[in-house]
Design a protein around this ligand. Sequence first.
Ligand code: SAH
Length: 613
Amino acid sequence: MISLPSDRAAIALTLTGAQLLQQLLPEVTLWLPADLANPGRVAPPGCQTYAGPLRDHLKHLWQSQQALIFCLATGAVVRLIAPLLQDKSRDPAVVVVDETGQFAISLCGGHRGGADQLARWVAARLGGEAVLTGASTGAGRVGVDVLGEPFGWRRGEGSDWDALSMALAHRQPVSVVQESGSRLWQSARSTEPWWLEADRSAAAQLLISHRAPPAQTYTALWHPRVLWLGIGCERGTPRVVLEQGIEQVLAAQGLAKQAVAGVATLDLKADEAGLVELCNAYDWPLRTLDAQTLSQVTVPNPSAVVTAAVGTPSVAEAAALVASEFGTLLVGKQIFRLPETQGAATIAVALAQRESTGRLGELLLVGTGPGSLDQVTPAARAALVRADAVIGYSLYIELIQPLLRPGQIVEALPITQERARAQRAIELAQWGLSVAVISSGDCGIYGMAGLVLEELRVQAWDGKTPTVAVFPGISALQSAASRLGAPLMQDFCAISLSDLLTPWAAIRERLEAAARADFVTTLYNPRSRSRIEPLSAAQQIFLQHRDPATPVALVRSAYRDSEQITRTTLAELPLEQVDMLTLVLIGNRSTRFYGDWLITPRGYLGFELGSEL
Ligand code: SAH
């Protein structure tokens, strides 16, 4: 899970509380006092126990965890954590849940700690409601101090986030100047506009840049990680030489160290101790490239000496350019030494178009059910909450709108562009975002799950990144059946009449087989404006094998406001009433209407019941 704080501990002091929080396993570690697990009192499986007062144990959890979820009175939690609170940029997220799981309160660390997000997730999992009291939530927009988190941006030095948040809380728009990084945050959900493009008269200024400008020019600063340092060095160059060299180069150009995405060098330097140590200290990835790759890059300062030594005319400049995916070379090769210290380094800096998120993305393939929110599973809700971006057909996004949260990137694409949708989702996940791809009904039944997995396979996916999780939903055949009664009590099948992805000959063959074998048959995608014949062909095929009086039902937009149900027979099926929002259900030999209820008797004695009706 990406968009929630990691290392989450949940704490309950009662068995009821423990049973409630157990529903959050395995995504949290559940802690119970040891005496709850005493002989005679059974602690739920998967729990950890602690001895002594909670106050003492909490000191340890406070240090080691990024988030704490308590099932305890809010007052008790406030007293417990009061002595531990230090700074909202470092304190863990604190969420409090009541014993019935009705409310998940974001108590502390709402934005930077991730408690708002965690409270939403907990509420979704427990079927309750998140209680969020921050001003940005009230205004239905993302918190500015977490704006860059999905993209791995770093907060700049000298930022006054409180001043920025205060301006917004007073409904004063903030001026935003963006010099680098993704502009995707602009498509984040927000109920009211909160920013202006570069307006010096605005109450507060937000700068999004790889530069480190003087503090008085902005209120707060985000640094997208767009700078790639290309580094070459003599064998045995110590970290201090590299570090001071980098600091000098960046300072001279007014570039921010927080905007560094990583270091690129020649593969021979993969084990260069000073370089490895430096990258570990700053958490910079070290990308190594072979001489062959580097020698193909055109650079401003090639060197014959370097070619003679390592087989490429450039290391620093070429490596920076390759790592930045051929962005802009901001700083050409600089040579750096320190007096009385061994070693020497060459440093170049390139600016990438797209920032590194430094995160592993994930794809959440979510089925959102037929349409009404109470038919969405808690797991699917939790997945929607945790996603940075939500991609799907506009109608389905519209239907689940209340489940989305401010700040989420929403990309609604037209219905015909399923493949484009799958590719876009993969691209964002490979970049590092947590992406929910939504389908109505079940995502693996004529849905997006298969398309996304197919596309991934085409791209020689390693099966690990991005990770993929599939969340089932209630498919149209189930929702339609539930509206009709119990028509799927015997063997049944689903056939899609859309010949966009399946040739008509194959569809025809399946229709014939289903009709002959007496399956109750549900027809998905039965008819579009331009595709009328398949449905009438299907009717004719079934008439060859079944009684003209066989019950047929048309369920249109089940569980949506415009739901419509038509009960008819095979012979009288009103073709013109059927459209793409309709599911057609054809009964088997023993299916009967009983009043308004459609029943397919269970088991082989069914025909007797059928004959009585
Ligand atoms: N993944 C979806 C199916 C998508 S194919 C699912 O599992 O339900 C689209 C077809 O599904 C539509 O043409 C229609 O036949 C059917 N369908 C989807 N939602 C429906 C609803 N709420 N009521 C009736 N039919 C529906």
